[in-house]
Write a protein that binds this ligand. Structure first.
Ligand code: HEM
Length: 127
């Protein structure tokens, strides 16, 4: 598939991922039952699978891989941290305070990942 198309798919799923995550966080904060809607529970998995799949195809096109290229290793690790913090924020956090902190931290990790993507440096926006 064309590199530009892949990148468009990747960036679109990135935008969908953070938009839905912020929305779910707001529903978590307001104790909204909308958080339990079926599509709200299924979509993050569909979006994240698309994000990861497009990421793998992009790394293959670029021939730069996690493990050999530091910025991609950083992105994989950050993705796992983002997912982990995300489940604490939406599901596992015992207190609302813990969930809010995890939600904010996940958004911070996400911003870090956008910086890594833009700069191809693990130092992200600091470079
Ligand atoms: C939530 C997680 C992620 C976010 C927020 C994210 C964000 C982005 C953004 C914004 C771009 C476009 C950069 C640009 O055109 O300047 C991009 C490109 C890219 N991403 Fe991701 N990404 C994520 C996950 C991943 C993962 C897990 C990998 C693979 C390890 C990956 C690999 C790539 C590659 C190879 C490119 C193309 C870079 C280029 O053409 O310069 N991404 N990503």
């Amino acid at each position: 598939m064309d590199y530009a198309v892949l990148k468009l798919i990747h960036v679109s799923s990135v935008i969908l991922s953070i938009s839905l995550f912020i929305l779910r966080g707001i529903w978590m904060l307001t104790d909204s039952s909308r958080l339990q809607q079926r599509w709200v529970r299924v979509m993050p998995h569909v979006i994240d699978a698309t994000l990861l799949f497009s990421a793998i195809l992009l790394t293959m096109s670029l021939q730069q891989y996690p493990g050999t290229h530091g910025w991609l290793s950083a992105k994989i690790v950050a993705l796992l941290v983002y997912i982990g913090l995300g489940t604490i924020a939406i599901k596992r956090g015992k207190t609302k305070r813990a969930r809010i902190l995890a939600w904010l931290a996940a958004i911070g990790v996400f911003a870090y990942m956008v910086g890594v993507a833009r700069t191809h440096q693990a130092l992200s926006w600091l470079t």
